[in-house]
Design a protein around this ligand. Structure first.
Ligand SMILES: [Zn+2]
Length: 165
């Protein structure tokens, strides 16, 4: 779980919404201040956009893990060198080391999470929620107006009704 920060384009209110790591949810957001809806394309409507390719591939996180591990080793080597041979250490060094170490743990955790299939259940839930939203004709009309390519199965009724106008 994480947060997605943004800004309402209508009133400028800063927004901070809870989301999963890949922002699965409706791209049509609701501003709590001005009570208006706005489009935020960072959100993925998974029944339309599909799941984030990174989210289903442990390989991506294993690469990230390898990169962070290398960074941690270099950061530690730098720290060891300055403390042992120069008698000082720098905050930049320690900061780099901490970021790389956290990245290493985080990426390994994600690779394991995805690799063992823990993500699948959560993905199913997001897909169900997404499909449920798309069964609402008013909602589909809004997405179409925003330029989304909504799959035919959700637009049949809507296309027919507009044809008859
Ligand atoms: Zn607003």
């Amino acid at each position: 779980m994480g947060y997605l920060e943004g800004k309402c384009p209508k009133c400028g209110e800063k927004t901070r919404e809870q989301s999963n790591a890949w922002a699965y949810g409706s791209p049509i957001r609701f501003c709590p201040r001005c009570k208006q809806e706005y489009l935020d394309r960072r959100w993925r409507e998974v029944a339309i956009d599909g799941f984030d390719p990174k989210a289903t591939s442990p390989a991506y996180y294993l690469k990230c893990f390898a990169g962070c591990l290398l960074g941690t080793a270099l950061g530690y080597g730098w720290f060891y060198y300055t403390t042992h041979y120069k008698g000082y250490w720098s905050t930049a060094n320690v900061g780099f080391l901490i970021v790389c170490a956290l990245g290493t743990i985080g990426c390994l955790g994600m690779a394991i999470y995805i690799g063992l299939g823990f993500g699948k259940k959560a993905d199913q839930k997001y897909m169900e929620e997404s499909k449920r939203r798309l069964r609402d004709a008013e909602y589909v009309k809004k997405l179409l107006a925003c330029g989304y390519h909504v799959p035919d199965e959700y637009t049949v009724g809507i296309r027919n009704s507009s044809d008859s106008l």
